[in-house]
Design a protein around this ligand. Structure first.
Ligand code: HEM
Length: 449
């Protein structure tokens, strides 16, 4: 499908064949990103990984992800953080048993805590809002959540000035003003984080050992052999990408999975049967157990099929002229791959509107970018570099939420009233947050309450 967004041509691929064309056969032609005001004002002039155009800087950033930040060894070394935070979630839900909880708030908290501890070395946000006398760098958890949500929204909005550049200066929708404000709020926070880490490095001198991703990035910034020097604003952009990229995505996926399960309780019964059989009611699920739980893995795939967090992936930009089926795609064309539509294509899936994890039992289809009918992390050179980490968090959390609790809707609410409507943004969070009631299933001493 060819569209015109203001002055710019855009093509949309909504089939398995088109996804292969853009993300595999001609991946290198479509590997860049369009320049948008949000990339300029919220990610340090495209210095992050997500919005960085194709070139040596982006290639180096991807190498850093795979060689330094997301190696299996590093992810394993942070396993204890994921386990501790998931246990906190289970404890907090146990304490709220039998009263309606806003699940997303709980999920956001653990996902932010996991990402903060892995990336920054500790939690930086405070539980409560601070008085006005507090240092500007500190933000409450509520404020940080609002900042991440604003980031996702502003990175996905249709900003008139991006499409019709001569109207840019008018900022007709007020988005650019909001982007600049958000950029400054994140910058205060990130400056503080970098100062604190640099200070520890200086203090510890020769004895310094990097213990989190910011430490690793600071060491790399001093490496003279790097192809492109990592300036301070690049470090801030990387850190932001990881905090934002890793928090909202996992939160939304788990919230969607529980919503779908509440709509189809037999899924919950099957999951419980598997968990009781494989894990037993005397212990929690560990990361190593996940491959023994094919039905839980199938629930995650089915959720990602029906509710991919980025339904159009992140926009790409063609670098050179290409031809598809006799049609020309000139250089400079925007490209959207509609993975939402592919996930619901009746030519590919039986009963695509039904949540049926069973369809993945015994199926070779995975989410790793090789099966173009299921692309929640994208595919090709731009594929999400955090996919292994994201899956670890989603599997561990969801398996334990289903193992630890029975789930039901608040009294008086029916399944039909459970809204799956979404909001606009780079990701599409639910318009109405899920409220649910939990009933503990395991012996109470396991919850640590
Ligand atoms: C369930 C969890 C997650 C989902 C569903 C998800 C999904 C995605 C998608 C769809 C893209 C765009 C791919 C494309 O343009 O083709 C993406 C890119 C990206 N993701 Fe994730 N993601 C998740 C977790 C994470 C985590 C944990 C991190 C890092 C800590 C992360 C960091 C990134 C970055 C940096 C990019 C930009 C890559 C580039 O442009 O080269 N994501 N993600």
């Amino acid at each position: 499908m060819h569209l015109r967004f203001g002055s710019f041509p855009v093509v949309v691929g909504s089939s398995v064949d088109m996804a292969k064309f853009f993300l595999k056969t001609h991946d290198l032609s479509f590997v860049s990103r369009p320049k948008t005001a949000s990339g300029m004002y919220t990610t340090y002039n495209y210095s992050d990984i997500t919005w960085s155009p194709y070139g040596p800087y982006w290639r180096q950033a991807r190498r850093i992800c795979f060689m330094e930040l997301f190696t299996p060894k590093r992810l394993d070394s942070y396993q204890y953080i994921r386990v501790e935070e998931v246990r906190c979630l289970l404890r907090d839900l146990f304490r709220s048993a039998e009263t309606p909880v806003l699940l997303k708030d709980h999920l956001f908290t653990i996902n932010l805590n996991i990402m903060s501890r892995m990336v920054l070395g500790r939690k930086y946000t405070q539980e409560q809002s601070l008085s006005s006398g507090a240092p500007a760098a500190f933000v409450s958890q509520e404020e940080f959540k609002e900042m991440i949500e604003e980031m996702m929204l502003l990175n996905g909005v249709i900003n008139v000035g991006d499409l019709i550049p001569w109207l840019n200066f008018l900022d007709l929708q007020g988005y650019v003003k909001r982007m600049k404000m958000l950029g400054k709020r994140f910058d205060r926070f990130l400056e503080h984080v970098l100062d604190e880490h640099s200070e520890r490095r200086r203090r510890e001198g020769e004895a310094f050992v990097p213990s989190n991703m910011v430490d690793v990035l600071l060491e790399l910034a001093d490496d003279p052999s790097l192809e492109v020097k990592l300036e301070r604003h690049c470090l801030k952009a990387f850190i932001l990408d990881m905090l934002v990229g890793g928090t909202d995505t996992s939160t939304m996926t788990i919230e969607c999975a529980i919503s779908e399960i509440l709509k189809r309780p037999e899924t919950f019964d099957k999951a419980t049967e598997e968990l009781d059989r494989v894990i037993g009611r005397g212990q929690w699920v560990e990361e190593e157990d996940v491959h023994l739980l094919p039905y839980i893995e199938a629930i995650v795939k089915e959720t990602m099929r029906m509710q991919p967090v980025a339904p159009l992936l992140v926009p790409r930009l063609s670098r050179e002229h290409t031809t598809v089926d006799g049609y020309d795609i000139p250089a400079g064309t925007g490209v959207l791959v509609n993975v939402w539509a592919i996930g619901r294509d009746p030519a590919v899936w039986d009963a695509p509107e039904e949540f049926r994890p069973e369809r993945f039992m015994g199926s070779p289809i995975d989410v790793k970018g090789h099966h173009f009918e299921l692309l929640p992390f994208g595919a090709g050179r731009r594929m999400c570099p955090g996919n292994n980490l994201g899956l670890k968090v989603v599997h561990l959390s969801l398996a334990n939420l289903l193992h630890g609790f029975k789930w039901r809707l608040p009294p008086g609410m029916t399944v039909e009233e459970l809204s799956m409507d979404e909001m606009l943004g780079l990701t599409t969070p639910r318009k109405v947050r899920l409220q649910a009631v939990v009933e503990p299933k395991l012996p109470s001493h396991l919850y640590g309450a």
